[in-house]
Write a protein that binds this ligand. Structure first.
Ligand code: BG6
Length: 476
């Protein structure tokens, strides 16, 4: 048994990390446009440091990014050359509704995505569209406090309705929110939340999460009404948490860590708040404002498939002493696992962890899965012939693809596709750097914004082309 013939091989990007053109075509200012590179970035993204406009002292990498806005034809042609069946991209909300609360959409923004989708379809590439990927109109942050406010549901609904109607003949696969569980960790970066001194942050986050969960269910309802063939997915920053030892306390802690993440997907895939979450809210003194009709909406509009990102597994301990030794991992706290290697950014590399995650998600939800992000962020240094020989990236991807195939062929997991992250180099979300590269395609630009944005093929480009050509059979 091999991967299915219609397996969606491809790559993934997000508007905020690749488009640039941040005020072009009547686009409005978005959260990501005020998030600087450098030492203040993480504090701003976590909602701990208020930065609601740009200043002269900081550098804002989203403003130009890799200028996909002007290079999309060239970039999509390169994806086609690799044989992509699918291209994951996101919509910049502020290209469609520059202020978020506009009534009439911005035609220029709509035309841009028309052109991008047409270009994909020309090569037989299926677009997979994330409706919002770490992107909130700044006007909605400033006027209503973003997802704190229930009014966001209406603004989001208008966005979805506009997209579904306009692109119904071009796009079939949609994701409602990128890494919806990130709201707990990157509250401003993912959801536009900023906290004031003394506020109950957890309560605000979960109320905002409730608004997103309702908005996601509404989007699913509208989508299926507009076209029953639409496939709507949720998106989780995935990976299982391992216990540090076999002490039951560690196992218990790890299970609860996982529940923090599963919580979102439990609602989106099963249609109701799980009992463990209700109990947690009681203990934390969180009184969610759930309106009449919300529960019914959640129940009746579960997602068609579950997508997730996977970079490496997590590790936790019940012992507070041990738990102080954290390492970096996609901005989630995790302990260093002595059995695993780490990337140059300290992210742990665990290909078997991908098989474990696929099995856990499939056991739990019994819905088709889609790996929409995976990859190795690394420094690429051109050799004397100005080529990038990124064997380390090939090695990472090869092992993860093997694990993914095992999950499908050995364990029977239903998997729709695989779109590794940053198929073309783009701005790193956690650091704002260009030098943390994931791509099969190198983009000539550095962390200071220098470079001519020239695209060139890395060794992994040719390798991945062969992988796709053989439907994952030839990984050498
Ligand atoms: C995911 C995000 O969290 O990880 C992407 O959905 C992000 O936007 C990716 O780029 C990799 O993280 P980083 O920080 O290496 O760019």
């Amino acid at each position: 048994m091999t991967l299915r013939n219609d397996f969606l091989w491809g790559g993934a990007t997000a508007a905020n990390q690749c488009e640039g053109g941040y005020l072009e075509g009547n686009k409005g200012l978005s959260t990501v446009d005020v998030i600087p590179a450098g030492k203040d970035r993480v504090a701003v993204m976590r909602g701990k440091m208020k930065m609601l406009e740009c200043d002269e002292e900081h550098y804002y990498p989203s403003h130009e990014a890799i200028d996909f806005y002007h290079h999309y034809k060239e970039d999509i042609a390169l994806f086609a050359e690799m044989g992509f069946k699918c291209f994951r991209l996101s919509i910049a909300w502020t290209r469609i509704f520059p202020n978020g609360d506009d009534i009439i959409p911005n035609e220029e923004g709509l035309k841009f995505y028309d052109a991008v989708f047409d270009e994909c379809l020309k090569y037989g590439i299926e677009p997979l569209v994330t409706i919002t990927h770490f992107d909130v109109p700044m006007n909605l942050v400033n006027t209503i406090g973003s997802w704190r406010s229930r009014k966001m549901i209406d603004h989001y609904e208008r966005l979805c309705e506009t997209l579904f109607t306009r692109y119904k003949d071009k796009v079939k696969y949609w994701l409602t929110f990128n890494e919806i569980n990130m709201i707990l960790h990157l509250s401003f970066g993912s959801s536009g939340l900023v906290f004031e001194e003394g506020e109950n942050e957890e309560s605000i986050k979960y109320q905002a999460a409730h608004h997103q969960l309702v908005a996601s269910a509404k989007a699913t309802e509208i989508a299926h009404k507009i076209d029953p063939k639409f496939k709507i997915g949720c998106m989780l920053a995935g990976a299982n948490t391992y216990p540090y030892t076999c002490a039951p306390e560690d196992v218990w802690k790890a299970m609860n860590r996982d529940r923090e993440h599963y919580f979102f997907i439990d609602v989106q895939a099963r249609g109701e708040y799980p009992n463990y979450a209700k109990k947690m809210f009681e203990k934390m003194n969180i009184n969610l404002k759930i309106e009449d009709g919300d529960e019914e909406l959640l129940k009746n509009n579960t997602v068609d498939f579950i997508s997730f990102s996977y970079y490496g597994s997590r590790l936790t301990s019940a012992d507070p002493e041990v738990n102080t030794k954290q390492t970096a991992a996609n901005l989630f706290p995790t302990l260093r696992n002595p059995y695993l290697k780490v990337s140059e950014w300290g992210w742990q590399i665990d290909s078997l962890g991908l098989r474990i995650t696929l099995n856990s998600l499939y056991d739990r939800y019994q819905k088709p899965l889609f790996i929409v992000e995976n990859g190795l962020g690394a420094v690429d240094i051109p050799n004397e012939n100005v080529n990038i020989e990124d064997d380390y990236r090939i090695e990472y991807l090869r092992e993860h693809i093997k694990a993914m195939k095992d999950a499908v062929t050995e364990d029977g997991v239903e998997l729709m596709g695989y779109t590794p992250w940053g198929c073309i180099d783009l701005v790193s979300s956690s650091t704002g750097e260009m030098k943390k590269r994931y791509g099969f395609i190198y983009v000539d630009k550095d962390d200071e914004g220098r470079g001519i944005l020239k695209r060139s093929k890395k060794k992994s480009f040719y390798w991945y082309k062969k992988v796709i050509e053989t439907n994952g059979e030839d990984l050498e």
